[in-house]
Design a protein around this ligand. Structure first.
Ligand SMILES: [Zn+2]
Ligand SMILES: [Zn+2]
Length: 439
């Protein structure tokens, strides 16, 4: 294993040749000074994707018996089980580089870099997983000047060697990711939390930090992670670490952005974590709600919003409601909304690919707005070119002054008064298919 890893690394590092640059010291923004950051997720690059192949064969082979089934597009197979062709990934990074590399402060990348391991004929090797990681790292460092733009990655359930399975403790995967992500300047080699648990925290500005959770320790499909009611479970260890950070942030007057791959809920509102872990997680969120200024997840390939609310803030019990096509079942007279959890759409074209750019206040992290950009793959195929355009801005789509819970509560009260149903922006487009593809 070690020999193979080193061999791999000598190849990857020479291919990347990315400069190792230290971070600039964060500069405290003046009060109200705004910045932008990018949220990208679930790239699932597949170097073995073949345009004009059969999506039933995961876009890896043509169907010789029925050639009418060879419909995989040049830029992807919308709504099928195929991963992202390299050409789509190239186009997405080209768009991000041209449009955002001069204006963003940082990137949150919420995981699922590698292709799925769905093809029995072409099983994924550990080398494939690392090569996919290396390819995306190469894109990130070429698209963004890492001496100015910090990039915060997370581990997805397809980024591990065995789908959905990741143990706690030191392991080849995190050792490899440590080397791989070295050009991002996160100094993960000296970070015991990352080495053992795959999670870390870093400062964005002196009043705002990011916590990158490793949701594999909470995820109910990970049989190597015990539920959080088991003694010394990985999830409990991580949540204790998380709570310590939140308590310290409260003492220091800092705010926290939380990023992770698997959100606590899927977009049908069911818990995606082991049950006790789910309860512990939302309890932690609820009891420290004043400290957390934003939560960002991926994995569902879908654009969803969930509200965490409680009758007794700081005490609970806490409830998480996912918005699908109705206002959440929250009695706003008796319950307070404490958090808004966002999951972003993906690059993998289960739905049309999309990315988000958030606007935030550097001091304290108040989220002001986000703009979602998407590309219509059917049109892309016809014009022979991927063209990302603005899909919607949250402020305009929802009529929000900013993205604080106070503003969301105002919106829900207006909807309630008018007897109007809440419609999610970005979900009515005909070209956007289906909903949950949490795999
Ligand atoms: Zn994914
Ligand atoms: Zn995932």
């Amino acid at each position: 294993m070690i020999v193979r890893t080193l061999t791999f690394w000598s190849l990857v590092l020479s291919a990347l040749a990315a400069p190792l640059v230290p971070y600039q010291i964060p500069i405290e923004g003046t009060r109200g000074h705004r910045g932008k950051f990018l949220h990208v997720t679930d790239i699932h690059i597949d170097p073995t994707y073949i345009p004009g192949s059969d999506p039933t064969f995961l876009c890896h082979r043509k169907n010789d018996n029925d050639t009418t089934l060879n419909v995989a597009g040049r830029f992807g197979a919308l709504g099928k089980d195929c991963d992202s062709p390299v050409e789509l990934v190239d186009a997405a990074f080209d768009f991000m580089k041209r449009n955002f590399s001069d204006e963003i402060d940082f990137v949150i990348y919420t995981g699922d870099t590698a292709r799925h391991d769905r093809d029995a004929v072409k099983p994924r090797t550990e080398f494939d997983v690392l090569a996919d990681h290396a390819a995306i790292l190469n894109h990130l460092t070429k698209s963004f000047d890492t001496s100015k733009i910090r990039i915060f990655p997370t581990i997805g359930n397809n980024d591990v060697f065995n789908h959905d399975q990741m143990p706690y403790g030191e392991q080849p995967l995190t050792q490899n990711l440590t080397k791989l992500w070295e050009p991002l300047g996160l100094n993960l080699q000296e970070d015991e939390d990352f080495q053992i648990g795959g999670y870390y925290t870093r400062e964005i500005t002196p009043t705002l930090s990011i916590v990158s959770l490793n949701t594999m320790h909470l995820y109910k499909n990970n049989v190597l992670a015990a539920d959080c009611n088991a003694r010394k479970s990985a999830g409990t260890k991580m949540l204790k670490w998380f709570e310590k950070i939140l308590k310290k942030a409260r003492r220091d007057g800092r705010k926290i952005y939380v990023i992770g791959h698997v959100p606590p809920h899927n977009d049908e509102g069911h818990h995606a974590y082991h049950l006790a872990c789910y309860n512990d997680y939302i309890y932690t969120l609820g009891t420290h709600y004043e400290v957390i200024a934003g939560q960002f997840f991926g994995h569902t390939n879908d654009d969803t919003i969930a509200f965490l609310h409680a009758h007794h803030p700081n005490k609970g019990p806490f409830h998480l409601e996912t918005i699908i096509d109705k206002p959440p079942n929250v009695d706003l007279k008796t319950h307070k909304i404490l958090h808004v959890i966002s999951t972003a759409p993906s690059i993998i074209p289960f739905n049309n690919p999309a990315v988000r750019v958030y606007e935030y206040e550097k001091r304290g992290g108040r989220l002001v707005d986000y703009v979602q950009y998407w590309t219509d793959l059917n049109e892309d195929e016809q014009r022979g070119r991927v063209e990302f355009v603005e899909e919607y801005a949250a402020s305009k789509a929802y009529g929000l002054k900013d993205l604080t819970t106070k503003s969301w509560i105002g919106l829900l009260k207006t909807l309630e008064r008018n007897g109007t149903e809440m419609e999610l922006a970005g979900q009515d487009d005909e070209a956007e298919l289906g909903h949950l593809a949490a795999t």
